[in-house]
Every structure is written in C-alpha cells, then in structure tokens.
Design a protein around this ligand. Sequence first.
Ligand code: MN
Length: 293
Amino acid sequence: MSSGKTTRALQRIIESAATSDGAGVKLRRSLGQSPFTRLDPFLMLDEFSSFDANDYIAGFPAHPHRGFETVTYLLDGHMLHEDHLGNRGDLKSGAVQWMTAGRGIIHSEMPQQEHGRMRGFQLWINLPAREKMKPAGYRDIDPAEIPDVALPGGGHAKVIAGTLVSDGHSVPGPIQGLSTDPLYIDVALPAGAAFTQPVAIGHNAFIYVFEGSASVGAPATARILVTHAAGVLAQGDQVEVTAGADGARFLLLAGRPLGEPVVQHGPFVMNTREEIEQAIRDYQSGELTRPAG
Ligand code: MN
C-alpha cells in the first residue's frame, strides 16, 4: 500500500454453470446465469472449451440481437461469422470479433473445424439507452493488432480493450473510446507471479480464471479464485492478482456502469418491456434489420 492506492477486494464469487446455447454448443456461463449475476455494464460471460466436435460443431446458426454488443475472443479453433449486412469474419486462434448489435443484426457463428480444441469466450456488454438503436457495426480484430506485453513479474498480457499500465508504460489495446470504456485483458502468470493494474474508480470490474487459480486482492485480505469462476471486485483504484501453484490464466474486465434498467428477452436487451415487445415485432416483420431512413 506504499503507493497510496486502494486495492480492490474480491467481493463475490460467481461459479460458472454448465449449459448449452445456439444449436447445442456446450459452454460454461458465469455472468448472466440470471438477472442477479450481471455486473453493469456486463450482461453475460460464456466460456466454451472442448476437444470433442460433437460439443460445438452445430455452432450458432442465424439468430438476432438488439441493444448491446457481443465480443467473441477465440483462444483455439476456427470460427466463421456472417451477418445480414454482408460482413464475413474468419476468426482464428487469438482473434476477436467486436459486434455492436445496435438496432438489430442477424448473424451466425459457425465452427469451421471438425478436429482439435475449440476454446474461447463470448462477452455481452450493454449499450446505453441512447445507443441501443444505432446502426449495427462490426469489427474483426486480428491477433497481430492485439498487444502481447511481457509483464515485469513474469508472464504476459494481451490487451484487447482499454489500456494496460505495465512497468510505468501505457499500452493501449485496439478497442478504445466506447461509452462503457471497457477494459479487456487476457493475463497469463507463472506460479507465484503477481500482477497489478489500475482500474478507473467507479467502474465495475471482475476477473474470470480459466486456467489454474489466483489470489485476488491486497495480500493481507486476498481470497482464492479457482478455475472457471468469476470474481466480482469491490471498488478501489487498482487490481492485484497473484498466481497459484499451477500458475493462472484469467480475463480482467472492467467498464463504466450505465445505471439504467435492464429488460432482457433472450437476444434482445432493452430498457423497458415495451421496447422488448417492439424488438420481437420488428424481428418478426423484418424491420429489425431493415436499413434506417
Ligand atoms: Mn450471436
């Protein structure tokens, strides 16, 4: 604490639950299991990981979204994304697809392999009311655009969104300047290594461990976060994580909360019941994806 900074404590653990989505893709859902496991502005986090094609090959055939953003980060495998606007993205290991559904998108997300491991994450980030009906947008981020930073205490960090501060240097990721100002970092630490990162005061933050385990918080009050669990952090101005005996690999996510009502019906996330009913009508009539104007 010599820096005078307040380290965020691990406040709540959300164990992931096995479920399936799309055409039967097996996955683990931590945030978003219920309305009580969201962390504004984050709505949902799914981890998918399997060596068995039967668990993933049917993928996510054409389906709609309205009112938020989906971020797909592929660790292993090969997935093809296509949407009604004609966007086509070929996601390979290490790539990210940042999709802003806005007023409406219909897309498919289909694995393009029949062997080997398929592993990655899909994160849903809410949009503020004023942006829920903006035109749909899409960005494919190549692994080469994602900085992979060697950390001073050992290990490395990939910066997908926001800015990593390491050894006094700021390393911006490719995604910047959104309303929710998201921080999305993939951190790999060897056994016993420590990682510290500033997080804006007032932003909500959580950690999702997907390999090994981590001790989260200031050393005197740190708590253990095991594999496949999300740890919601208390307020403070920095995050401190120390890897367990088998090392740790985790996502650090933070964002500016919207403080708005959330009404979700499957792939539609709006502020009111009426807006959800409108989204369903618009999907049924084709209005969801009709160009504005
Ligand atoms: Mn989707």
